[in-house]
Design a protein around this ligand. Structure first.
Ligand code: NG6
Ligand code: CA
Length: 486
């Protein structure tokens, strides 16, 4: 059989406990669950960060985020933080003769610092290994709210140029903002999101012009799905790698009309149903095209869940009422150093190869690069320094994953997991973020938890195991001091 196609689906802020197949009692996710019927579901899968940009940086470069000082939550006009000469996951596929595409959320920066949204953009996904890209620049709550196709914003109008600013004060007098025009909002913000109003929703950042280019939030899912299918169909003679970055369930949660009100959990549940439907449609499409048997589908999320991430969309109340816990049994969520921050759902299905299984192998998204390089026989050289070849574990053929998990919270403090132990290094900062209602895990004490007995990280046993604390904190220091070599 020829090399399999690979589709990497990454949801945005979907928690460890959100999918029915991970025990979620919230929105039903039958199409994603179906991947488990012929695939491997990982109980101990991790991203490298509790927030988006650093986590995705690792997926695409095989490198821990701390190695690049620009890996923090980027504004919508930030330059691209992946170097043009850097080794990347899509370049590995290109070397093996694949065609590649990035579709959906990007959030790794665009341009080289001189960004003019009305002209071809100098540094896009197309410069880091993707033959084709159809993305939005940052997040769905950050301007500019436009699609970028390859190097150009789609539907540009020279008579209505796009201007974007992340200044503190609005530099444009003639645009509505949430502060000036709250009457225009259909969704109120609880924190931030009080700059430009786009599609009746307050955003982060100011944007003027580009009326024809602005997206309708309700259409994002279908737009990206159509692009994904178009890319897959474009050239049946070559295998493909598709990085499909779903924007759900990140805020603002604005489902397509087909899903509004469907989940009973408010917009967050509705967009999770919408996301699941995208996976269902994609799978059906692959089947119809005769491609499903030889396509590896990976479904995962960039970081843990959050209910109130800055908009009053009733998620907190409705999920509590339904007893749905987006992080499942884990403590903390998005932003956190507790497991809820970076332990994420991860499923791999390859219809003709994998069999249903639940795996407890330690696997990290940073390992996709070395694992696929191994599958394709691509020599990595000094690319992807932190990536390990755990292909057998990913395919469910071995319980041996990586030796350790190394990941960071939003404040860049780290935790290390080895076997059943998770160690969290001391860090300053609030223990609880009352804005998002998240336990952040900050403490000036060492924290050590036994994942076998205490998956919810309730009992800190650091004092009982001083030798482990010493060893694991030394290991964190060692990784941080290490150079970019494989
Ligand atoms: C935060 C935003 C949050 C979200 C996050 C990035 C506020 C108050 N909060 O700063 O809404 O956009 O950044 O999320 O503005 S991520 O999934 O892309 O990391
Ligand atoms: Ca995210």
């Amino acid at each position: 059989m020829s090399n399999p196609n690979v589709i990497l689906l990454i949801a945005d802020d979907l928690g460890y406990g959100d999918l029915s197949c991970y025990g979620g009692v919230g929105a039903p996710t039958p199409n994603i669950d179906a991947l488990c019927e012929q695939g491997v579901r990982f109980a101990d899968g991790y991203s490298t960060s509790a927030v988006c940009t650093p986590a995705r940086y690792s997926v695409l470069t095989g490198e821990y985020p701390f190695r690049n000082p620009d890996t923090h939550i980027l504004p919508g006009d930030a330059p691209c933080i992946i170097g043009k000469e850097q080794g990347t996951l899509p370049k590995i596929f290109q070397k093996a003769g694949y065609r590649t595409a990035a579709i959906g959320k990007w959030h790794l920066g665009l341009g080289s610092g001189d960004l003019d949204w009305n002209r071809p953009i100098s540094h896009t996904p197309n410069d880091v290994g993707f033959d084709y890209s159809y993305i939005f620049p940052a997040t769905n709550d950050r301007v500019p709210c436009v699609y970028v196709k390859d190097r150009l914003v789609e539907n540009l109008d020279e008579n209505d140029p796009i201007e974007v600013s992340y200044a503190r004060e609005c530099p444009y007098d003639d645009i509505p903002t949430s502060e000036r025009n709250p009457e225009l909002l259909r969704m109120r913000h609880s924190n931030g999101h009080n700059n430009s109003i786009v599609n009746d929703v307050g955003r982060i950042g100011f944007m003027r012009g580009g009326e024809k280019a602005v997206w309708r939030d309700e259409d994002l899912a279908e737009r990206f799905l159509a692009e994904a299918e178009g890319f897959i169909k474009a050239d049946p003679d070559k295998p493909f790698f598709l990085y499909y970055a779903l924007h759900q369930p990140h805020v603002p949660r604005v489902p397509n009309e087909r899903f509004a009100g469907k989940s009973g959990l408010g917009p967050r549940g509705d967009v999770i149903m919408e996301m699941d439907d995208c996976v269902g449609q994609l799978t059906a499409f692959l089947e119809k095209e005769g491609l499903l048997d030889n396509t590896i589908l990976i479904f995962t999320s960039d970081n843990g869940p959050v209910l109130d991430d800055g908009y009053m969309d009733d998620a907190e109340r409705r999920n509590t009422m339904m007893q749905h816990r987006p992080a499942g049994p884990l403590r903390g969520g998005k932003y956190s150093k507790f497991e809820g921050g970076a332990r994420i759902p991860l499923i791999l299905s390859w219809k003709s190869h994998t069999r249903p299984a639940v795996s407890h192998a330690l696997v990290s998204q940073v390992d996709f690069a070395a694992s696929f390089a191994s599958m394709l026989g691509v020599d990595l050289g000094d690319w992807a320094p932190d990536s390990r070849n755990i292909l057998d574990a990913l395919l469910g053929e071995s319980i041996q994953g990586r030796d350790e998990i190394f990941a960071e919270a939003v404040n860049k403090s780290h935790f290390l997991r080895r076997g059943k132990w998770t160690y969290m290094e001391p860090s300053a900062g609030p223990a609880h973020d009352y804005v998002t209602n998240t336990e952040l895990g900050n403490s000036l004490d060492h924290q050590l938890y036994n994942m076998d007995y205490d998956i919810g990280q309730r009992t800190n046993v650091a004092e009982l195991h001083p030798h482990l604390v010493e060893e694991m904190s030394a290991r964190i220091a060692e990784i941080r001091a290490s150079s970019r070599t494989r």
